[in-house]
Design a protein around this ligand. Structure first.
Ligand code: FAD
Length: 314
């Protein structure tokens, strides 16, 4: 039975790993984080939980709509109507937090957490995965990278001959701010989430309005605009959090006293703006490939489809 290492437990890696396991391959997943989801993230802090990455997703492709019936029945996803936007396709969220979908997909897969892969090596015994402290896995027939394009490019270090193509994939950053414990809570809506045409803020969401969240926690998430995120990317998180909170409070007409919980998160590779234009990369000769949202577009659905595409060629 071929042994496959999947590096990355976000939407693409989780979909890929589940699909390979179901086809009878021996799969092990490695992720540098402590839990699943990647940019489909849920940050738990004390009594609060925030979806500070992806906010919701669509599932339009027939391969995914078939799977989504099972996910709904299992209580892993639920519909959410974030704004006055048209209802041409349902918007889904994972329950009780966005990372629940990757957790579900990986429920029967062996995963190594806190396993940051820093180098790849191949010899007669197959692929060996190195971390900072030594070898984290070896003897793999195939390796699949399910990482943002710049991170995949650096790990591949020229392997596969894809360096130029990966360099041409552009990913934009995004500052996210998590708010809770308000002196004066913002009015909850509707809408529970809205895109803004503002120089600083691109999106605000009343996180607690999503289905299956902890009703008592009045949690909000702000996403900065792309120009702000690019311009302020290297600024300290505390300063960014304060500026974005002030902007939000001004827009909502709130008192300027900051909430008790005010934390920023820097997404260095948040959204692909120039995708690869191909569902995945694969070299049969080397037994190595790559997938992720950056292959097809800046969406969870693109990540899931890219993972499925790599599973098919593998
Ligand atoms: C702020 C923000 C808002 C968004 N909003 C939406 C939205 O509303 N709707 C939507 O559809 N999409 C949205 N997206 C995009 C969506 O989150 C992504 O398209 C999707 O989650 C990408 O999944 P992925 O598996 O390709 O990559 P990732 O989720 O980035 O997964 C990569 C994984 O690799 C791991 N990793 C990285 N380097 C290493 C290493 N060296 N060794 C081991 N592990 C490593 C990471 O820890 C991570 O778990 C948003 C993204 C962000 C950041």
């Amino acid at each position: 039975m071929p042994r496959v290492a999947v590096i990355g437990a976000g939407a693409a890696g989780a979909m890929l790993a589940r699909s390979l396991q179901q086809r009878g391959l021996a799969v092990e997943v490695f992720d540098k984080a402590r839990g699943p989801g990647g940019r489909m993230a849920t940050r738990r802090q004390g009594a609060y939980a925030f979806d500070h990455g992806a906010q919701y997703f669509t599932l339009r492709d027939p391969r995914l709509t078939r799977l989504s019936d099972d996910w709904v029945k299992a209580g892993v996803i639920a519909p959410w109507q974030p704004s006055e936007a048209s209802m041409e396709a349902p918007r889904w969220v994972a329950v009780p937090g966005m990372n629940a979908l990757a957790r579900h997909l990986l429920s029967e897969v062996t995963v190594h957490w806190r396993a940051a892969i820093t180098a790849l090596e191949r010899d007669d015994g197959g692929w060996r995965l190195h971390g900072d402290q030594g070898v984290l896995g070896e003897g793999f027939d195939q390796v699949a990278l399910a990482l943002p394009a710049p991170q995949a490019r650096s790990l591949l270090a020229g392997l596969g001959g894809w360096d130029q193509r990966l360099a041409e994939v552009i990913m934009a950053p995004c500052w996210a701010v998590m708010l809770a414990d308000f002196v004066e809570p913002p009015p909850p809506g509707p809408p529970g989430g809205a895109r803004l045409d503002d120089p600083l803020l691109a999106w605000v969401a009343h996180d607690a309005s999503k289905p299956g969240r902890v009703a008592a926690s009045d949690t909000w998430v702000l996403h900065a605009s792309e120009p702000f995120s690019r311009g302020e990317l290297e600024q300290p998180g505390e300063e960014v959090a304060e500026r974005l909170w002030q902007r939000f409070a001004a827009l909502q007409g709130l008192a300027m006293t900051p909430p008790g919980h005010l934390v920023a998160h820097r997404w260095r590779y948040a959204r692909v703006t120039e995708p690869l234009g191909e569902a995945c990369l694969w070299s049969a000769e080397l037994g190595i490939g790559a997938c992720g949202d950056w292959c097809l577009g800046a969406r969870v659905e693109a990540a899931l489809l890219s993972g499925l595409a790599l599973a098919d060629v593998l």
